[in-house]
Design a binder for this molecule. Structure first.
Ligand code: AMP
Ligand code: FE
Ligand code: FE
Ligand code: ZN
Length: 278
């Protein structure tokens, strides 16, 4: 049975490998189907698709969208949408801007705490890719405020440390609507222990299509729990390694934490149905 990984990051957001190198590495690791799910960008898709031509690996359109759910940031994965859909591209552009605004806001909070850093330094660290907290963490490491990025998250960048982060992301409902209109499907990313039963009910009500059951943050019990939840509610089940490159969390799981081709077929089938409707 062919192995698939539907959760990876390239240097177009906070991963290390270029889209081309990531596809080649994934193929070397034995994967036959993959999606690059960069944070709020699909800028790596064309390059990844081209790289896959010479290899026996299929690349699906993918993205990890940051959305707002009852005021909290929630990651939704989306797959098999039309990557040229103008409304979806507009939403993604809005999220890119929201990321810059949010990074500025975080830099201001850190400056108030007495740290010396600027948004220019964070932008330089991101080097044209979609900006995120890992880039701020790198700047803090470079300046010697913390020994490593993990420490930056613990001391300065966690949701708890920052308090409610001001951001202009789209709501879960709006995001789900835009992805559906673009013929794609949405999946709740790495739910872990972040959601109550009531939250999950609410996500079903707004039309989530699936849940990420296989993820390095899920132990066996959590995986089974979300598989049951998906089965009971007729949801898609996806998964992957959340690979960000060597030296990063989860680096050893590429090619190891995978899902079967049959689960991917269900994702594609739902997206095909949606495209025929529109
Ligand atoms: P952002 O996209 O700006 O919200 O940043 C979230 C990203 O930061 C996640 O996708 C991870 O790649 C990374 N991240 C989150 N928490 C941690 C942590 N405790 N240590 C290292 N990286 C983290
Ligand atoms: Fe990330
Ligand atoms: Fe995530
Ligand atoms: Zn991710």
């Amino acid at each position: 049975m062919a192995k698939a990984d539907l959760h990876t990051h390239s240097d177009q957001s906070d991963g290390r490998l270029s889209p081309k190198d990531l596809v080649e590495y994934a193929s070397d690791q034995g994967l036959k189907i993959m999606a690059i799910t960069d944070h709020d960008t699909i800028d790596g898709y064309e390059e990844a698709l081209e790289a896959s031509d010479a290899l026996e690996i299929e690349v699906l359109p993918g993205i990890e969208l940051t959305t707002l759910f009852n005021g909290n940031e929630t990651h939704l994965l989306a797959y098999c949408f039309d990557p040229r859909d103008s409304d979806l591209l507009r939403l993604i552009d809005r999220h890119k801007l929201a990321r810059v605004e949010r990074a500025k806001w975080i830099v201001e909070r850190l400056t108030e705490k007495g740290l010396e850093l600027s948004i220019g330094e964070v932008r330089a660290e991101a080097n044209g890719s979609n900006i995120g907290r890992p880039h701020i963490a790198s700047v803090l490491v470079g300046k010697g405020y913390v020994a490593e990025k993990k420490e930056a998250f613990v001391r300065y960048l966690s949701d708890q440390q920052l308090g409610p982060i001001k951001s202009n992301y789209s709501s879960v409902a709006e995001t789900i609507g835009a992805v559906k209109k673009a013929g794609g499907v949405t999946v709740l990313a790495h739910p872990g222990t972040a959601y109550s039963e009531a939250d999950l009910e609410q996500l079903l009500d707004v039309g989530i299509d699936g849940v990420e059951v296989v993820h390095p943050s899920h132990d066996y019990e959590l995986q089974k729990r979300y598989e049951r939840f998906a089965e009971e509610n007729g949801l898609l089940m996806t998964g992957g390694s959340d690979y960000h490159g060597s030296g990063r969390d989860y680096e050893k799981y590429l090619g190891i934490l995978t899902i079967s081709e049959s689960r991917v077929e269900k994702v594609k089938r739902l997206a095909d149905q949606r495209k025929q409707l529109s």
